[in-house]
Design a protein around this ligand. Structure first.
Ligand SMILES: *[C@@H]1O[C@H](CO)[C@@H](O)[C@H](O)[C@H]1NC(C)=O
Ligand SMILES: *[C@@H]1O[C@H](CO)[C@@H](O)[C@H](O)[C@H]1NC(C)=O
Ligand SMILES: *[C@@H]1O[C@H](CO)[C@@H](O)[C@H](O)[C@H]1NC(C)=O
Length: 491
C-alpha cells in the first residue's frame, strides 16, 4: 500500500475544464465533458464529430491544440471549448508578448465572433510539471500566463476566456490524503499559479488515472480502482476512502489547503479507462469504471474533505481511440475512447446528460468492405520484416498480451498487421502486396472479440464530391465546345 495507491504516477496528458460562472453568484454546474484528441490515422470529419457530440448532448469539449478544422466545425454549436497551447510553444510565449498576441489572435479571437466557437478556456501547456519532463517546461508556465493574459486583455476577452494549466496528479504526493502536498520543488510555482487562478476565477485542473496506478503497481488492490466498494479501504484519521479517485482528489485538496487555497474549484481534465492493448484494459472494466465515476460525481456526494461538492466538471479521456499515439506508456495508450475511431460506442454508458446511453455517429463513410490478409497458400518465411513494418506504421496493439486479438495464432497475427497497414494506406492496392504474401478478401476475417477494421473515408468522400463536380463542369464545357464547333462547321 502506501503512496502508490493514492498517487497516480502517470505519463499522460490532459486536461479539462470548468464552469465557474463569473460574478458574485457561485452557480456551479457540474457536468461531464470529453477530451477530443486527434492523433489518429482514421479521423472522422470534424462536422461528423460535432454532430456526435450534439446527439449525445455533450456540452463541453477539451482539445489538445487549436486545430482550425475542429474549431470551425464547433462554430455555432454552442459547445464550450477548451483549446490548448502545446508545451513546446511555452518557451516562445513566455519570452515574447508579440508571440502571445499572435497566438491569441490566430487561435482564439478569430473564432470569438457572433456564431463562432464558444471558447471558455485556454490550457497553457499540458501537464507541464510532469516528473518525466525533468523540469524543462516549468519555468515557462507563469511567464506564458502573464503574456497570454495581457493578450486576452488587449483583445477584450478576459471576461469570456480563462487561462488554466492541466496538471498531472504527480504534481502532489503523500501516503495519506490529509498529508497531501505539492512536490517541494513546485511549491513556489504552484503558489504563484493558484494565486493567479484564484484571482482570475479559474479552476485548478488535474488529471487522475486510477488505471495507471493499477497498471504500474502489481500490489495495487484492483477493487480500490473502482467505485463499487472495496476490501482495501484506506483509513485516514476520521476519514475512510473507498476508491482511489477520492483518495487522490483529497490529496490535491490538502495540497491546495497548504497553500491557503483549499476552496478553489477543481476540474478533472482527464480521467478514463482504456479497453484494449493490456491486461486490465478491457471493455467491461472501462464501462464499470466510467459509469461508476459518472454516477459518483453526479451524486454530488463529494469526498471526505469536500463533502457534498463534486469536481466542477469532469472531462472523460477520451472521445475516440487514437491509434497513432506513442505506445511508450503501454499498448493501452491507443484505446482510451468511449467511442472507437469510427464513432461507434464501445459499450453502454450513460453520461448523465439526460440522454440515456451513448449514441453512435451517423453517416460515417467507410472505405469499401474489404480486408488485406496473408495468402493461406504462401510460405511464411521472410514475413517478419513485413510484419514489423506494418506494425510500425499501423496499430497492432490489439495483438498484445491481454489485448482483444491476442491468441489468434501466427497467421492471424500477420493478417491483422497486414490489414491494419492496408487500412491506414486507405486500401491502396500496392499496400497489400507484401512481396506477394498479402491478398485482398471480401470475407470479414474478424474472429470473436478480435475485430479487423475497415477504415473511414471522410476526407476522400469530400474529394470525390469536388472531383465529381469538376468532371461535371468539365463535361459541360466539352459539350458546349462540341455544339459550338458543330454550329461553326454547319455555318
Ligand atoms: C494557431 O492558429 C494557426 C493559424 O490558423 C494554426 O496554424 C496553428 O496550428 C494554431 N496553433 C495551434 C497550437 O493549434
Ligand atoms: C468588451 O467585451 C464586453 C463583453 O465581454 C463588451 O460588453 C464590451 O462592449 C467590450 N468592449 C469593447 C471596447 O469592445
Ligand atoms: C502474435 O503476436 C503477439 C504480439 O506480437 C505475440 O505476443 C504472440 O506470441 C504472437 N502469436 C504467435 C502465434 O505468433
Amino acid at each position: 500500500m502506501g503512496g502508490g495507491i493514492l498517487i497516480t504516477k502517470a505519463v499522460a496528458v490532459v486536461l479539462v475544464l470548468v464552469a465557474v460562472l463569473g460574478g458574485s453568484v457561485q452557480s456551479v454546474e457540474s457536468a461531464i465533458g470529453v477530451n477530443w484528441g486527434t492523433i489518429s490515422n482514421h479521423r472522422l470529419a470534424p462536422s461528423t464529430v460535432v454532430d456526435l457530440l450534439r446527439d449525445n448532448k455533450i456540452q463541453k469539449v477539451k482539445l489538445f491544440d487549436a486545430d482550425p478544422d475542429c474549431l470551425r466545425a464547433l462554430m455555432g454549436s454552442g459547445i464550450e471549448v477548451m483549446v490548448g497551447v502545446s508545451n513546446d510553444l511555452l518557451a516562445t510565449l513566455s519570452s515574447s508578448s508579440a508571440a502571445a498576441d499572435l497566438w491569441v489572435s490566430q487561435n482564439v479571437s478569430r473564432y470569438m465572433v457572433r456564431g463562432g466557437a464558444n471558447i471558455k478556456y485556454i490550457a497553457v501547456g499540458n501537464e507541464p510539471f510532469l516528473t518525466s519532463y525533468g523540469g524543462q517546461f516549468q519555468s515557462y508556465v507563469m511567464p506564458s500566463i502573464t503574456n497570454l493574459q495581457q493578450s486576452l486583455t488587449k483583445a477584450n476577452l478576459t471576461n469570456n476566456v480563462k487561462l488554466v494549466v492541466p496538471c498531472n496528479a504527480d504534481a502532489y504526493e503523500s501516503s495519506l490524503p490529509s498529508q497531501g502536498a505539492f512536490r517541494p520543488e513546485l511549491t513556489q510555482i504552484m503558489t504563484d499559479l493558484v494565486t493567479f487562478l484564484n484571482s482570475n476565477g479559474s479552476p485548478f485542473i488535474v488529471n487522475i488515472y486510477p488505471f495507471l496506478s493499477l497498471y504500474s503497481n502489481s500490489d495495487f488492490p484492483q477493487d480500490y480502482a473502482f467505485f463499487e466498494g472495496t476490501t482495501h479501504s484506506v483509513t485516514d484519521g476520521p476519514n475512510v476512502y473507498y476508491n482511489a479517485f477520492d483518495g487522490n482528489y483529497d490529496t490535491l485538496v490538502s495540497a491546495l489547503n497548504k497553500l491557503g487555497f483549499g476552496q478553489i474549484p477543481i476540474v478533472i481534465g482527464e480521467v478514463g479507462w482504456p479497453t484494449d492493448g493490456a491486461i486490465t484494459a478491457n471493455v467491461n472494466a472501462a464501462r464499470v469504471f466510467n459509469q461508476g465515476l459518472i454516477n459518483h460525481v453526479l451524486s454530488n456526494k463529494g469526498t471526505p474533505l469536500r463533502p457534498g461538492q463534486g469536481p466542477t466538471d469532469v472531462y472523460l479521456f477520451g472521445l475516440f481511440d487514437e491509434e497513432a499515439k506513442s505506445v511508450l506508456p503501454g499498448g493501452f495508450e491507443r484505446h482510451w475512447g468511449i467511442f472507437s475511431f469510427d464513432g461507434q460506442a464501445k459499450y453502454a454508458l450513460n453520461l448523465g446528460l439526460g440522454n440515456g446511453l451513448l449514441r453512435n455517429a451517423k453517416d460515417v463513410h467507410y472505405l469499401p468492405f474489404r480486408w488485406c490478409v496473408v495468402d493461406p497458400l504462401k510460405d511464411l518465411s521472410g514475413v517478419s520484416d513485413h510484419f514489423k513494418l506494418a506494425c510500425t506504421v499501423a496499430d497492432c496493439t490489439n495483438l498484445n498480451y491481454g489485448g482483444s486479438c491476442n491468441g489468434i495464432g501466427e497467421r492471424g497475427n500477420i493478417s491483422y498487421a497486414f490489414n491494419s497497414y492496408y487500412q491506414v494506406q486507405k486500401q491502396n492496392s500496392r499496400s497489400c502486396e507484401f512481396d506477394g504474401l498479402g491478398m485482398v478478401t471480401f470475407l470479414n476475417p474478424s474472429m470473436g472479440e478480435c475485430k479487423f477494421l475497415v477504415g473511414v473515408a471522410e476526407e476522400v468522400v469530400t474529394e470525390h464530391v469536388s472531383v465529381g463536380l469538376q468532371l461535371y463542369r468539365g463535361s459541360v464545357i466539352v459539350w458546349l465546345l462540341i455544339f459550338w464547333g458543330f454550329g461553326v462547321f454547319m455555318i
